[in-house]
Design a protein around this ligand. Structure first.
Ligand code: MN
Ligand code: MN
Ligand code: MN
Length: 302
C-alpha cells in the first residue's frame, strides 16, 4: 500500500471507526485482526472477505495464527469485491511463561525471514499437538492428535479448539467449553506449554519482511498495569511499532488505559475485531469501539 493515497485521513476522521456508521459518510473502516479456517476461524478466507465487505470494512487484514496460508484466496476474493486486503499473521510468542500474541501487518509474504519463523512455529505446534494427544490418550481419549489434524484440514493450523471439537464429536464431552474445563484449559491434563518464538524473534521476522509488528489485544493478558508496561517495553525495544489499542467491543476504560501506554511508548495504534466465527455475534468482523483520535493509526506507516 506504500505510496497509495488513502481517500480520507482517518486520524481526522475518527468517525470512520464508529460502529454502524453508514458507508457513504464513513468510507474507511479498518479491521486489522481476523481469522479464517486457515487457522482456528470458521469461515474460508473468501467467505471472511465477503462478510467483511457486507459489514462495511474497507481495509481488512487476515491475521491467522502462525500461518499466511489463507492470504492467496483472501487476496483473490478482495480483488473481486473491491476491498483492500492487508497481509497479516498472528504469531504466538512466550514471555515470562505467558502467551503473548504479536500481529504482523503489511509484510511481504515471500520473505525468507517470515517463512523461517512460520516453519519454526509449525514444528513447535506439531510437537505440542503430539504431546497433547499422548496425554489425552492416557486420560482415555485415543487418537485426538490425528482427529484434531483432520478437523484443521490439510494446510490448517491445529489448535486446542480442534482438540475440543474432536472430543465433542466423539462424545467424550458435551461442549467445547466443557472440553476446555475438563481437559484443555490451564492446569488440566492437556495444557501443554511449548516453545514458541520469543517476542524479539517474532518482531524481527515481521520487520525483516517489511511489515509492522503490533502487540495484540493487551487487555486479554489480564496483567497488572506495571507488568503490561514491562511487556510493552520489551516489545518496543525489539522494534515493535504499534499496539492494538482496540480489540473488539472492549470497555472504554480499557481503551483509555491502553491508549495511555501506547502514548507513553510512542506506539502507533491498531484496531480489529479478532473475528473467529459468525456465531460469536459480539465479535463480528468490522465491529469494535473507536480508536482514540489523538493516536496515530498503524496504517499511517503504510
Ligand atoms: Mn484464535
Ligand atoms: Mn490472539
Ligand atoms: Mn486473534
Amino acid at each position: 500500500m506504500a505510496g497509495r493515497n488513502l481517500p480520507d485521513n482517518p486520524v481526522r476522521n475518527p468517525q470512520a471507526q464508529v460502529l454502524g456508521c453508514s458507508r457513504r459518510r464513513c468510507p474507511l473502516l479498518f479491521d486489522l485482526h481476523t481469522h479464517s479456517n486457515a487457522s482456528d476461524g470458521i469461515l474460508s478466507p473468501q467467505a471472511l472477505v465477503s462478510r467483511a465487505k457486507d459489514n462495511g470494512v474497507s481495509h481488512l487484514a487476515l491475521t491467522d495464527h502462525d500461518t499466511t496460508a489463507g492470504l492467496v484466496e483472501a487476496r483473490q476474493a478482495a480483488n473481486d469485491c473491491g476491498l483492500e486486503l492487508i497481509t497479516g499473521i498472528e504469531f504466538s510468542t512466550q514471555w515470562q511463561g505467558l502467551g503473548v500474541h504479536i500481529v504482523g501487518l503489511n509484510m511481504k509474504t515471500d520473505s525468507s525471514a517470515l517463512g523461517e519463523a512460520i516453519e519454526r512455529q509449525k514444528t513447535a505446534r506439531t510437537e505440542r499437538g503430539e504431546e497433547i494427544g499422548r496425554r489425552l490418550a492416557k486420560a482415555g481419549i485415543p487418537d485426538a492428535w490425528h482427529g484434531a489434524q483432520a478437523l484443521a484440514g490439510q494446510d490448517g493450523v491445529v489448535g486446542r479448539p480442534h482438540f475440543a471439537q474432536f472430543m465433542v464429536n466423539q462424545g467424550h464431552v458435551t461442549s467445547i467449553n466443557s472440553a476446555f474445563k475438563k481437559y484443555l484449559g490451564a492446569g488440566k491434563i492437556g495444557d501443554v506449554k511449548q516453545l514458541w518464538l520469543t517476542i524479539p524473534e517474532a518482531v524481527a521476522a515481521i520487520t525483516a519482511s517489511g511489515g509492522n509488528a503490533v502487540l495484540a489485544h493487551p487487555g486479554k493478558y489480564k496483567m497488572t498495569r506495571t507488568k503490561l508496561r514491562r511487556l510493552t517495553q520489551v516489545f518496543a525495544d525489539a522494534g515493535g511499532q504499534a499496539m492494538e489499542v482496540v480489540s473488539g467491543n472492549q470497555p472504554a476504560n480499557e481503551t483509555r488505559a491502553l491508549a495511555d501506554i501506547a502514548r507513553q511508548f510512542q506506539l502507533h495504534a491498531s484496531c480489529g475485531s479478532d473475528f473467529h466465527s459468525p456465531a460469536q455475534a459480539w465479535q463480528d468482523v468490522g465491529r469494535y469501539s473507536p480508536l482514540p483520535q489523538d493516536l496515530a493509526p498503524v496504517w499511517a506507516l503504510w
